[in-house]
Design a binder for this molecule. Structure first.
Ligand SMILES: Cc1cc2nc3c(=O)[nH]c(=O)nc-3n(C[C@H](O)[C@H](O)[C@H](O)COP(=O)(O)OP(=O)(O)OC[C@H]3O[C@@H](n4cnc5c(N)ncnc54)[C@H](O)[C@@H]3O)c2cc1C
Length: 454
């Protein structure tokens, strides 16, 4: 049997030894990475079952208690957290990527059980066969665990809302190592908190979703019509204004995402991706035609794709590729000079790119008290990607937008300051989350990533 002993830490229980990786293990380096950074943890536990995950949480709690040190304790599901908090230095990582089962519970009702270690591309591919979708993000390698506890702004968000808006029940392991089944009747506060409260509440291992149905047609099981247009823009103020008017008038079956990057001669390359739920019809074609007239088109493509292929997971191994620094805002209207503000950010040398997404629609119909994702008046999401590590300067670049926001989306923020946590969870939500934490995790075992603590 392998020997795992960490100096000054309590003995690892025998049942955790088979899933433990320490600094002497051959697979240590690979297991210490997420997709952005490489950590230097003392111990990695690769849980294969909920019981092993629960035992790992109990062990982490004992390590804190017996060493008297605030040893970092991270969860990792898909390892694509923009907070980059799923790895750490000198602490413990609990990885649940082996808990990745997806199963249909009731095909007629669209009920689907998903383990939190699955990645969204695999979930989409599986559900595609049954003409079902869960709108969940734009990249297939992102994990169910991190995204489903934070929100989930997907490619079909205007039609279907946030990913968390489709969660009917969950299994969550709290700091005492208890595996709890929660829903609107059983521990409803905990159920409320895991939908938007992020990793500070507990480890979510399984979710019951109500998926949406999409009518199959021709060879497509879950057809989505995709329009991709590239524009080269001189005057972003005017372009953003026109886009805003267009998407406002477009049916909710269309979601539109823009990516802005700096181009030659102070111009901006705009990549517009529009997604229509279903095969194209007259209404879709009219809306797409209007989109293509927003500016001079540089490149155009329109096609029908199965949703399962649209977000297919490439399963890239984690290599801690490179850190990024990402900030975002949620807005409830097109503020004055939005295009100019974005243009200034895009042209900053530290910027990789800026995303602008239309998110208004279904998510605005959900009551703000229903989940711990409270910014239900948001209609626009803007995210700014940068390579810099100097967070103070970077925050300054984004200040002009941060001043006018209605909130911040936690899963898309690398800013782990307490100030940012209070932007993610406005006062009433923050207070309720803190009350719940005082019951389930009063010692703040789960204090990696965004969390609330005064
Ligand atoms: C390329 C890329 C594209 C993205 N696109 C989108 C998008 O379109 N829409 C969108 O909404 N988001 C998007 N995101 C953000 C992404 O959803 C979040 O960063 C999310 O946290 C990733 O989840 P994960 O499980 O892969 O992350 P991990 O790195 O494993 O974890 C991230 C955080 O979540 C916590 N966590 C992980 N698993 C659990 C769990 N089971 N229970 C409780 N807490 C847990 C961790 O403690 C950590 O703090 C994107 C990210 C990337 C890198």
């Amino acid at each position: 049997m392998k020997r795992i002993a960490i100096k000054n830490w309590p003995k690892l229980p025998n049942d955790l030894i088979p899933i433990a990786i320490d600094r002497n293990s051959v697979d240590y380096v690979q297991a210490s990475c997420n997709c952005f950074i490489t950590g230097k943890p003392k111990l990695i536990l690769m849980a294969r079952t909920e019981n092993e995950a629960a035992a790992s949480i109990k062990y982490a709690s004992r390590v804190r208690k017996e060493t008297g040190i605030d040893v970092p304790f991270s969860f990792r599901s898909g390892g694509h957290g923009i907070s980059m908090a799923s790895v750490n230095n000198d602490g413990i990582i609990l990885d649940i990527s082996k808990l990745k089962k997806v199963e249909i519970v009731d095909i007629n009702k669209g009920l689907v059980k998903v383990q939190a270690g699955a990645v969204w591309g695999d979930v989409a591919e599986f559900l595609n066969r049954f003409h079902l979708v869960i709108s969940s993000g734009d990249f297939g390698d992102t994990g169910v665990g991190g995204l489903s506890t934070s929100g989930g702004i997907g490619l079909l968000v205007r039609s279907f809302g946030l990913t968390i808006d489709h969660i009917l029940a969950a299994k969550v392991i709290t700091a005492d190592g208890e595996i709890r089944s929660v829903d609107k009747d059983n521990e409803p506060d905990l159920f409320w908190a895991i939908r938007g409260g992020s990793s500070q509440i507990g480890l979510v291992t399984e979710l019951l979703f109500q998926a949406d149905k999409i009518e199959p047609e021709n060879q497509y099981q879950c057809p989505i019509t995709v329009q991709n247009i590239d524009f080269i823009i001189d005057d972003l103020e005017s372009f953003v204004h026109k886009w805003g008017k267009w998407i406002d008038e477009a049916p909710l079956k269309i979601t539109s995402n823009l990516m802005f990057t700096s181009f030659d001669n102070n111009q901006i390359l705009v990549k517009m991706n529009n997604f229509w739920v279903g095969m194209p019809n007259q209404i879709a074609n009219d809306a797409f035609k209007r989109a293509s007239k927003l500016a001079i088109v540089k490149k155009y493509d329109q096609k029908v794709v199965d949703y399962g292929k649209l977000v297919k997971a490439p399963h890239n191994p984690h290599k801690g590729q490179q850190p990024v620094y990402v900030k975002n805002v949620l807005l409830d209207n097109f503020i004055p000079h939005l295009g100019t503000k974005i243009s200034d950010i895009v042209h900053n040398q530290k910027t990789i790119g800026v995303e602008l997404r239309s998110i208004g629609g279904y998510l605005n119909t959900v009551d703000a008290n229903q989940t711990a994702w409270a910014d239900r008046s948001a209609v626009i999401f803007i995210a700014f990607w940068s390579k810099s590590k100097n967070n103070k300067n970077i925050n300054r670049i984004f200040d002009s937008l941060q001043k006018v926001d209605v909130g911040v989306y936690g899963a898309y923020s690398s800013d782990l300051s307490m100030k940012e946590s209070y932007r993610i969870w406005p006062s009433e939500t923050a207070q309720k989350l803190k009350n719940i934490m005082s019951i389930y995790d009063h010692k703040h075992l789960f204090n990696q990533g965004h969390y609330l603590y005064d």
